[in-house]
Design a protein around this ligand. Sequence first.
Ligand SMILES: [Zn+2]
Length: 207
Amino acid sequence: MTTQATPTAAEREQVLRLELVKAGRELDRRGWVMGTSGNLSARLDGPEFVITASGRHKGRLTVDDFVVPGRAGERNRPSAETSIHEAIYRSVPAAQAILHAHTVATTAASLLTPKRPDPAVLDIPDLEMIKGFDVWDAEDGISLLVLPNFPDVSAIARMLEPMLADLEAPTFLIYGHGGTVWGRSVEEAQNRLEVLDFLCDVALRAM
Ligand SMILES: [Zn+2]
């Protein structure tokens, strides 16, 4: 009988870094993380997570282009949008990975809502693809949360956190900025980002 050694925390972290590197390449291939935009993260043990370092191109990441916020000895600066990831990991236990990208469709669809310093919603009709969010009772469609794009990102995170429990889907948009999704794995988060982009694209074309 063979016994499989349980991976150590360091080994698990390395696997997640590699998955995020691959996800970054895929997002870049789709043109969803132009410049150095976007950020990718995965949960480690408990509230800890690993996130892309600030200023890195997501199509050319290496396993060293990440930060574990709060870990002693970190040399990289975390992404400017780290506070949003923190809020989601703190309030959504099922979230194991979070992806944020500036896709054209998510950015443009957010502009269908009024520009205000308050949360807004983008109504998505009853499209089959909503099931890609694990939402099975969407006969009337779903409402996607659209938050204002405050220059202080932590203000966006503070507005988001109390709303997380009531979201109709594991995602939200920021006005004129892009979309964020989370899932139970990096792969699921990637799939959901594709779903989000599709729904936003249809919303734009159907308007
Ligand atoms: Zn962004």
